[in-house]
Design a protein around this ligand. Structure first.
Ligand SMILES: Nc1ncnc2c1ncn2[C@@H]1O[C@H](COP(=O)(O)OP(=O)(O)OP(=O)(O)O)[C@@H](O)[C@H]1O
Ligand SMILES: [Mg+2]
Length: 228
C-alpha cells in the first residue's frame, strides 16, 4: 500500500501564547491522490492548517508529509515535495518576470534554466496566461498573478498540493478551467476554499474546521453546505 500524502495526529497550533489555539488536536489522514476541500468560516483555521504543513507556523503533535515527519531537520525535503499556493499571490512571487517565477521550483531542484523555462511556459499556457510569460509581474492583474503563483506550485508536479483559495480571484471561465485541470491531476491536494461549487467540482471529501477543530470529515457536500 502506498503511504498517505499527509497525516495530522493531534496537531495544535498557537499563534499567541495566551489566545485560544488556532488549531486544536486536529487529526486526519489524506491518501496519495486524494482531493480534499478544507472549509470553514473566516478565522476557523484553514490558512493556519496549510501553513503548518510546511512548517511556516510552529505546531504541537505530529505532521507527516509523505515519508517525512515534519521537523526542522526535514523542512527542506518536505517543502520541495509540496506545491503551495498562498492566499495572497504577492507573498510568493519573487522574480520580476513571469516565466522566471513559474520556473523557480524546477531551477531550485537542479533543472537547467532553459528546460525549466520551457516547462513553466507549458504550465502557464495550461492556466491561460501563456501569453504573459515574458511580461513583468507588476503589469499583471490580481487574477493573473494568482494564475502565475499557481503555475509555480504546479510546475514541479509535486505529490501534494496545498492551495489556499485558488479560485478566489478567477473569472468564471478561469474557475472552470482550473477545476478541470486540478481534477485531472494525480496529486493529493488540500484546497482551502469558501467556494463550495468549486470544491465539489474538484474534491471528493470535505474537512470542515470549526474554531480550530475538525467539525466534520466526510463526503456529504449537502451537509457541509448546511453547516456554513
Ligand atoms: N499571524 C497570526 N497571529 C495571530 N493570530 C493569527 C495569525 N494568523 C491567524 N491568526 C488567528 O488564527 C485564527 C485562524 O486564522 P486563519 O487565517 O487560519 O483562518 P482561515 O480559516 O484561513 O480564515 P479565512 O477564511 O478568513 O481565510 C484566527 O482567529 C486568526 O485571527
Ligand atoms: Mg485563510
Amino acid at each position: 500500500m502506498t503511504q498517505p500524502a499527509l497525516v495530522y495526529d493531534r496537531v495544535t497550533v498557537r499563534h499567541e501564547a495566551h489566545a485560544p489555539p488556532a488549531l486544536e488536536a486536529v487529526s486526519f489522514s489524506i491518501e496519495a491522490g486524494e482531493k480534499v476541500a478544507l472549509v470553514g468560516l473566516n478565522g476557523s483555521g484553514k490558512t493556519t492548517l496549510l501553513m503548518s504543513a510546511v512548517g511556516l507556523v510552529e505546531h504541537e503533535g505530529e505532521i507527516r508529509v509523505g515519508e517525512h515527519v515534519l521537523s526542522r531537520r526535514t523542512l527542506q525535503p518536505v517543502r520541495s515535495g509540496v506545491g503551495f499556493l498562498f492566499n495572497v499571490p504577492e507573498d510568493q512571487l519573487l522574480f520580476p518576470k513571469v516565466v522566471d517565477d513559474a520556473a523557480f521550483a524546477l531551477v531550485r531542484k537542479g533543472m537547467s534554466p532553459r528546460a525549466a523555462a520551457g516547462r513553466a511556459r507549458e504550465v502557464l499556457g495550461a492556466l491561460g496566461v501563456g501569453d504573459l510569460a515574458d511580461s513583468p509581474l507588476h503589469h499583471l492583474s490580481h487574477g493573473q498573478k494568482q494564475r502565475v503563483a499557481l503555475a509555480g506550485a504546479l510546475v514541479s508536479s509535486p505529490a501534494l498540493l496545498l492551495l489556499d483559495e485558488p479560485s478566489a480571484a478567477l473569472d468564471p471561465p478561469g474557475r472552470r478551467e482550473l477545476a478541470r485541470l486540478l481534477s485531472g491531476l494525480g496529486a493529493a491536494m488540500v484546497v482551502a476554499t469558501h467556494d463550495l461549487a468549486f470544491a465539489s467540482d474538484v474534491c471528493s471529501r470535505y474537512i470542515l474546521l470549526d474554531r480550530g477543530r475538525v467539525g466534520y470529515d466526510g463526503t456529504d457536500a449537502a451537509y457541509v453546505a448546511r453547516c456554513l
